[in-house]
Design a protein. Structure first.
Length: 240
């Protein structure tokens, strides 16, 4: 079995350790949470939907709530790997604990939505998770920041997922107000990357944060890039 380097080493060791255990064995964390069944972790890693369905038929949807030592659920693991169909099956199975899975935060401070965007391999999957969060009215989950202070919009702009960034802004405009640990706002990063459509969308939100690191702000970024259209839009904008 091949496991990509995106998954924490502790999670890999959990699989190896559990191969010698009965499939009915449940390991508990120090907080009393059930560690993930090794069969589920293996299926989530490879995106094996038939194995997922077989496991659900045997143990029921409650098995989906197990976590790895790094705090990842099966939805985190499948999101890391970009397994869109696997994630859809998890969230749509009868009696799925979808709300809990979408909201769980791992030890990096990431929800599955954050994980899907931050790992840079699953923009379409991230859009699916965003819509599911909206359907469940999980606005705080959408707004969640990781341990570096970045939300999903920060990551989408950093990586260059402009279409996803626009969908995130439309889905939860309050994401525009967040700054990360370097005091960088989504608007500053969009202007620095010359993502004009994203910048203009953020400028439509009157209270969007416009700051950048070391006391600079979005206008500095636009001037540095020589983006005259952006500069004009910023001067006209009543915000900031």
């Amino acid at each position: 079995m091949i496991i990509t380097s995106s998954i924490k080493q502790y999670d890999v060791l959990l699989i190896k350790n559990q191969f010698n255990l009965s499939h009915r064995t449940t390991i508990m964390s120090s907080l009393g949470e059930a560690y993930m069944d090794w069969r589920l972790l293996k299926a989530a890693t490879s995106g094996d939907v038939p194995s997922l369905k077989q496991l659900l038929a045997l143990d029921g949807p409650g098995v989906l709530l197990g976590i790895t030592p790094q705090g990842n659920t099966c939805l985190h693991i499948a999101s890391i790997q970009g397994h869109e169909e696997f994630c859809k099956n998890i969230l749509t199975v009868d009696h799925s604990p979808a709300l809990a899975l979408l909201s769980t935060i791992n030890k990096d401070g990431e929800t599955p939505l954050l994980t899907a965007v931050a790992r840079g391999c699953a923009p379409l999957l991230a859009a699916v998770l965003l819509r599911r969060c909206r359907d469940q009215q999980l606005m705080q989950t959408i707004l969640k920041q990781d341990r570096r202070g970045c939300n999903a919009l920060h990551h989408a702009i950093h990586i260059g997922y402009t279409k996803l960034a626009l969908e995130l802004i439309e889905g939860e405009p309050a994401m525009s107000k967040t700054v990360d640990e370097r005091n960088e706002s989504p608007l500053f990063n969009a202007a620095r990357r010359n993502f004009t459509e994203v910048s203009h969308k953020l400028l439509e939100i009157l209270d969007s944060a416009d700051c950048g690191p070391l006391g600079v702000h979005v206008l500095h970024a636009a001037v540095r890039n020589g983006n005259l259209g952006e500069i004009f839009a910023l001067y006209k904008c009543p915000c900031g």
